[in-house]
Ligand binder design. Sequence first.
Ligand SMILES: Cc1ncc(COP(=O)(O)O)c(C=O)c1O
Length: 449
Amino acid sequence: MPLTLGSVVERFKKKFSVSGEKSAAYGSHIPGGYSRSSLTFGPHAIYVERGDGQYIDTIDGHRLLDFHNNFSCTILGHNHPRIREAIFDLVPKGFSFGNPMEHEHQLAKMLCERIESVEKVIFSCSSSEACLSAVRIARANTGKNKIAKFEGGYHGLGDPFVLSIHPVPLLLAGPATRPKPVANTAGLSTTSCEDVIVLPQNDLEACRRILADNAGDLAAVILELQCGAGGVIRLDEPFVQGLGEILRTLGILMIVDETITLRAAYHGMQSLYGVKPDLTVLGKIIGGGLPLGAVGGRAELFRMNEAGEVFHSGTHHGHPLSTKAGIACLEVMNEATYDRLNSLGHSIQTELNRWAKQHDYPFSVNGVGSHLGYEISDRPGRVYKSCRDILAYSNEEHMQIFAFEMANRGIFPMYRGQIALSEPMTAADAQQFIRVGKEIIEALYGTKQ
Ligand SMILES: Cc1ncc(COP(=O)(O)O)c(C=O)c1O
C-alpha cells in the first residue's frame, strides 16, 4: 500500500502516543506544551528520556538513531565522556559567579586560533543574542542603521531576523530580484521591516543593485554560507567572493553566521570560501551541547566594546559550564574527527544521489560536511539555488511523509529536510539512514529496477 500522509501520521501518533499526551497535557502550563515552537515534529514533539552516543530514548520507550542532534548542536552526540568529565570537574567548584573563570579565555583563544578572521571573541548564551550583538557592533562601528539579510537566512529570534526566513506568503515577498521583507511572526516592531533590507540568494547582480541603492544606510549584511532553518541552500563560491568585493567597495560590513556551519570545517566554512568576514557569529557546537553563542571578528571592531561604548552583558554570558564543555567539544573535534565525520556525511550524500539518479527518483541530498539537506521535488535532477526554488518545486507533502516515516522507522531527522551527524556515528549508522531513506522513497514512488 502506498504511503499516505494520513497513514504515516496515524502510525506516528500511535508509536509516540505518550509524547502526544504529554504535549497536550503540558499545554496547561506552557503555551503549546514546550518552549521552542521548532520542536513540533508533525503532530507534536517527541519527548526524550535520555540520550546516549548517537541514540535518543524517547519517553514512549523507543530508541531512535539521532540525525537531529538538537538542530545540529550536539556534534559529539549525547552523554559524551569528555563533555561529562568537563562538567563534572567544574560542578563541585560552583558554576555561577559574578566573576570570570579562566576557561572562558581558553575557549576564546581556541576560536581565534581556528578561525582566521576571528581575532577577538565575546560570548553570549545563544546565537540569537550573538546575532543581535554583531549587528550592534556593526552599527556602532559604521554609524549606519540598517542591516541586510538573505531571504532564507535564519539568525535566531531577534526582531531584525524573523522576516523572510521563508518568504511567505510569496504574494507579499516582491520580485525575486528585489525581495521585500515579509514578517514571519506576529509582534515584530513596526520598524523591523523598514530597517532590514532583504537580499536574494545566489543572484549577484540583483544584490549589487540593492546594496548600491542602500549603501548610505547599511551597516552590515548578515549571511549563512549554507542556510539551515530556511532550507538547506548553499551560497556559491563566486557569489560569496563577489559579494565580499561589493561590500568592501561600499563600506558595508560582512557578518557570517557560522552557528551551524562551523561543523563543516575545522577552520569554519568561511575557510572553504577563502573569505574573511568582518564579524563571525558562532554557537551550537562551541558550547558542546550547553547554551553558548559568540561574536568574533577583527580586533579593531571590538575597540568600542573595550572602551565601554558598546554595551554587551548578560547574567549567563560565557557561562562556565558551557565554555568548559565547549573546550572539551572542540578538543575532540580535531581535524581528523572533522575528516571522518565529513566523509560519513559525504557517503550518505553520494550514495543516495547516485541511487536516485540511477532510478530517476525526484530525491536529492545536498549540503556540506556533516550537516545535510534532502529535498523531494517536482522532478528528478532539480537543483535548488534559493529558498524560492524550495517553495516552487518541493513536494511538501512527501517531505512530511519522509520525515515522519523516518521516525516511525527508528531514525530522528530534523523536521523539514535537514540532518546532522554526530561523532559517535559509524558507517553502519550512515548505511541505516541510506537504507531507510531508499525504502521510503520506494514506498512513495514505487520500486524501480
Ligand atoms: C544560523 C543560525 N543562526 C542563529 C541561530 C540562533 O541560535 P540560538 O537558537 O542559539 O539562539 C540559529 C539556530 O538554529 C542558526 O541556525
